[in-house]
Design a protein around this ligand. Structure first.
Ligand code: BJW
Length: 235
């Protein structure tokens, strides 16, 4: 394995699957139980905000009850011990990477434990259930709030910073994502274009598997810690 200096890691729902949080597109995934157009689009929220709040209230309770697993801890260890730069870009709205001790994280699809004010645009911590009556705790207009998550048709957070990091990286690792949702699904192509080595760590081959130089398939709690150890022990 060559010496790397600048790592970007993209994570998806598969990273948190063994913490008990559901993935979206697996056989028993969230989108087999809910219509994504109803619960994960601005139009769905406008049509039936209570249904969307109920969906995210249940998931918020699940996230609060979940614990980081060995893969989250391995990524936090990499961030602390790697002799170079690392950036974690997560599509996950849980805070399990932070709870494992990682710090340099971009939540490109937002955070479930935050509210987004529909009036002032402020984002602040929100750990309890949310309803159509919930109001912004910061803005003078007592604006109504929504979960601070990125729905289909909305722009993910910090895209400029992510693209800059992809252009500069020499190792790109994709973990636990099906590679079906853009722009995240396009990151591997950006990294390849920048000349990076690309690695997929996933339970099964993703949609973009042909764009990876190296693929390891298996449960995240096994393959992520093993891969991180190899990376850290490389001389
Ligand atoms: C394990 C495991 C274990 C299981 N160990 N692995 C046509 C073409 C191209 C694009 C579009 C198009 N039509 C519309 C679009 C755009 C659209 C899009 O991509 N749609 C596709 C469905 C086609 N994207 C958007 O609208 C995005 N915004 C956008 O594009 O803005 C414009 C823009 C333009 C240019 C530049 C930048 C922006 C917004 C997307 C928002 C996604 N939101 C969601 C829900 C909100 C948050 C939430 O409720 O949680 O985010 S959808 C859902 O999918 C969630 C996830 O973050 C996201 C990705 O899912 P993920 O993480 O990959 O999960 P799964 O379930 O799909 O896969 C899990 C994987 O883990 C599987 O492979 C398993 O095998 C594996 N696994 N157990 C290891 N134990």
């Amino acid at each position: 394995m060559p010496q790397f200096k600048n790592i970007v890691i993209l994570t998806g729902a598969g990273l948190s699957a063994e913490s008990g949080l559901g993935t979206f597109r697996d056989v028993d995934g969230i989108w087999t139980k809910y219509d994504l157009n109803e619960v994960a689009t601005p139009e769905g929220f406008a049509a039936n905000p209570k249904k969307v709040h109920d969906f995210y209230n249940a998931r918020r309770r699940g996230v609060k009850a979940a614990k980081p697993n060995a893969a989250h801890h391995a990524l936090a260890k990499l961030e602390k011990e790697f002799d170079g730069k690392t950036l974690l870009v997560t599509q996950n709205i849980d805070r399990l990477l932070e709870r494992a001790g990682a710090e340099n994280i971009i939540h490109m699809h937002g955070e479930l434990l935050k509210a987004l004010c529909r009036t002032c645009g402020g984002r602040h911590i929100w750990e309890d259930d949310m309803s159509t009556e919930s109001q912004c705790i910061e803005c003078y207009d007592n604006g109504s709030v929504r979960p601070d998550v990125v729905w289909f048709g909305e722009m993910p957070y910090e895209m400029e910073r992510i693209m800059e990091a992809l252009e500069a990286c020499d190792l790109f690792i994709s973990i636990g994502t099906s590679g079906t949702v853009y722009p995240a699904a396009g990151f591997v192509a950006e990294a390849l274009h920048a000349g990076a080595h690309t690695v997929e760590l996933n339970l099964e081959p993703s949609e973009g598997v042909s764009l990876f130089n190296e693929t390891i398939h298996g449960p995240a709690t096994e393959i992520v810690p093993a891969y991180i150890e190899t990376l850290l022990n490389k001389k």
